[in-house]
Design a protein around this ligand. Sequence first.
Ligand code: BGC
Length: 421
Amino acid sequence: MNESNKPVLEFPKRFLWGVATSAHQVEGGNHNQWTVWELENAKAKAAQAGYHLNDHDSWEQIKDQAKDPDNYVSGALGDHYNRYLEDFELLEKMHMNAYRFSVEWSRIEPEEGVWDAEAVMHYKEYAARLKKRNIEPIVTLFHFTLPVWFTQKGGFTKRSNVKYFTRFTEKIISELGTSVRLIITINEPEVYASESYYNQSWPPAVRDRYKWWRVINNLAYAHRQSAKVIHRLNRRYKVSIAKNSNFFYPGDNAWLSRFSAAVMQYGQDDYFIMKVIKHCDFLGVNYYFSHRVYGYRIHNPDQQLSDLNWDLHPADIQYVLERLHGRYKLPIIVTENGLADADDSRRQWWITQTLIGMQKAIASGVQLQGYLHWSLMDNFEWAEGKWPRFGLAAVDYKTGERTLRPSARWFGRVIKKVRGL
Ligand code: BGC
């Protein structure tokens, strides 16, 4: 670190610099359990928007979108499915050498046991094109969306259904072959389980503690089974989950605050990681925010908020990385990190602070191998719909036009310098 607290740009030579997306959030034109649910719930969600969101600082800017049912229907989005080459050019413009994306199971196996050859071809071509551009593809197999037939069977609430996911893993990874090396099986397992089976905010939007618990444990099992299949196909594949890991810290010195923060951190991170760690070659970590704990409750300072009212503490990524590396000793890739910032007023600050945090973590011995910003482009933010703007590139959903935001152009220059290009 130099005196002005600007990061001295020294990262490992082969560090992966890139972005992440997921199929359903950018592709457009999907048919899965989410699209069905979106259509059923859009009107009600639009009607409730004022009630849910009017405490947000961003309310004045977002209210027209948030009150429009169309906001809650992913629809065509930016049509990344067909325009992906254009989007790969954005990666090149930012001098990136890595890209995390997900393959959409519902396209590849639209009916049980029926493989769609065109969709398979699409993703083969997609990964191969990245490789050709010297961009390391990092493929995610489950990023919250599922084929409707699979959810009709009970989805991940049933352990006996995991075999369908493993079969899908085997199919798509053997098709992708050597175009990929890095594989994320499951994205944010507890986030999926909690939003879908406890908070009632994602499909199937039920509150059922038993199912919630089953889903978490079955996702751990799904990871283990898939990792075995993947390693059997080729031992050179490197496999992980993308673990949601936010930072919990005590707001005062009281033993209860310190104890609660530690318990929350443990509960969030370690229960799941311990179930899968033997089947991980590295650890994917998604970091978005920190929580300040007083007593046994969370009270955040809320000094700097994102458009989604998330309390922003980018430099705390250091502590998350140090803790996870200290415990599990695996190399880490930051598989997601970013913020909803429609006017792009906080993104450059966020990335700068993140770089500082990551450098400190590396200096203290963390084997950090990459950083993937969320996200390449504006996308469908699940229950919130289209108004939150996470993109380094802004997307005009009417015309499909992509425009790199100023922070993205700046980040591109930073990457160029760090990579010595
Ligand atoms: C998810 C993404 C999501 C992002 C921002 C992560 O929880 O993996 O799908 O868009 O956070 O909320």
